[in-house]
Design a protein around this ligand. Structure first.
Ligand code: B16
Ligand code: MG
Length: 215
């Protein structure tokens, strides 16, 4: 298959923001009077902010009205933003810049497809914004992964057919979203979790144009 565009998830693929999400959700849980473990945090990866809060409240056995939930999500986000505003390009995951440069040289378009409403802030902090030909984030979609909307919008903005796109994802819901959109998917992480992907690698440091061409 000849790939014309690569679409990248952000958290877990380009940068590890999960650790900052974890600290902010853990502090919120503490205020609400229960413990939120790192294992619990795995359930929030790739999931939208409000769904993350619902999962957190379910773990704590707490029921709240929508107004209170919005208030708590805002509070968590303010705390989370205090961390990402301090991020530096050194936090870009290994191999990312080299692989993006190789794609550019090959004339392959690059897009971001992230559930995060903070994606622009993060890309700016990492000095990566200009490398992307299209950026679709949580502010531009109404349906969360595993719905393919985020990736389909990316393909439309790039003007490339989904069948010529490859998605890089670290979350199961993201892999499902890519496949539902008629795209190929390379999983970043463990083959046990991302078994549905066409190929699974450890990280972008493990990616080559040959592997891309082998799909
Ligand atoms: P925000 P991704 C996702 O990013 C994170 O994996 C997930 O943990 C987070 O809840 C979601 O973004 C929303 O983030 O609160 O910043 O809008 O993996 O889709 O790049
Ligand atoms: Mg992710």
């Amino acid at each position: 298959m000849k790939t014309k565009a690569c679409l990248f998830d952000l958290d877990g693929v380009i940068v590890d923001t999960a650790k900052y999400h974890y600290i902010a959700w853990r502090e919120l849980a503490k205020e609400l009077g229960f413990e939120f473990t790192e294992k619990d945090n795995e359930r929030l990866k790739g999931v939208s902010r409000m769904t993350s809060l619902d999962i957190l409240l379910e773990i704590g056995g707490i029921t709240l009205d929508d107004e209170k939930k919005l208030q708590l999500a805002d509070k968590k986000n303010e705390n989370y933003r205090s961390f990402i505003l301090e991020m530096t390009p050194e936090e870009i995951l290994p191999g990312t810049k080299d692989f993006l440069a190789a794609l550019k040289e090959e004339g392959i378009k690059i897009a971001l497809g992230s559930a995060s409403k903070n994606a622009m802030t993060i890309l700016d902090r990492l000095n990566l914004t200009n490398l992307f030909d299209a950026i679709i984030d949580g502010n531009k979609v109404s349906n969360a992964k595993p719905d393919p909307e985020v990736f389909l919008k990316g393909a439309i903005e790039l003007g490339i057919s989904p069948s010529e796109c490859v998605v890089f994802e670290d979350a199961e819901a993201g892999v499902e979203a890519a496949l539902a959109g008629g795209m190929k998917c390379i999983g970043i992480g463990s083959p046990e979790v991302l078994g549905k992907a066409n190929l699974v690698v450890d990280g972008l440091h493990d990616m080559t144009l040959d592997k891309l061409a082998s799909l």
